[in-house]
Design a binder for this molecule. Sequence first.
Ligand code: ZN
Length: 145
Amino acid sequence: MTDYLKPLPKSDPVTAPFWESLHRGKVQVQCCGDCKIFVFYPRALCPACGSRKLAWTPVSGKGHIYSLTIVAPGRGPDIFKNDSPYVVTLVELDEGCRMMSNIVDVDAEDVKIGMAVEIVYDCVTEDVTLPKFRPVIPSKTSPHL
Ligand SMILES: [Zn+2]
């Protein structure tokens, strides 16, 4: 694995179960035991009802693009300039919470709000796996053909 020079997340006792789930290739987020909403980013209290009963729960890793911005070629911090253009997005998971990420495996100008996406586990170091998303390609075999 090559040296990864970009900023890395810092795991702490609250966020560790999220990062560990990515490392295992099975994303999980918190779900409130009282009001039943899914919560992301990880935290100690439910943002809707204040409950402390947040349980780590596996989720599908599927969702849609809620919002996006395209970082134009040559723009952004120096360490990311070779990646531009790239897409910074807010993905709304099917479970209802939103996750900031990047869209991969597609040209930036082809990414649209509402596009169906699925998680990709990007193992950037031995210890860190980042959640990224790619478009869900509709099946070419349709029962209606
Ligand atoms: Zn709640």
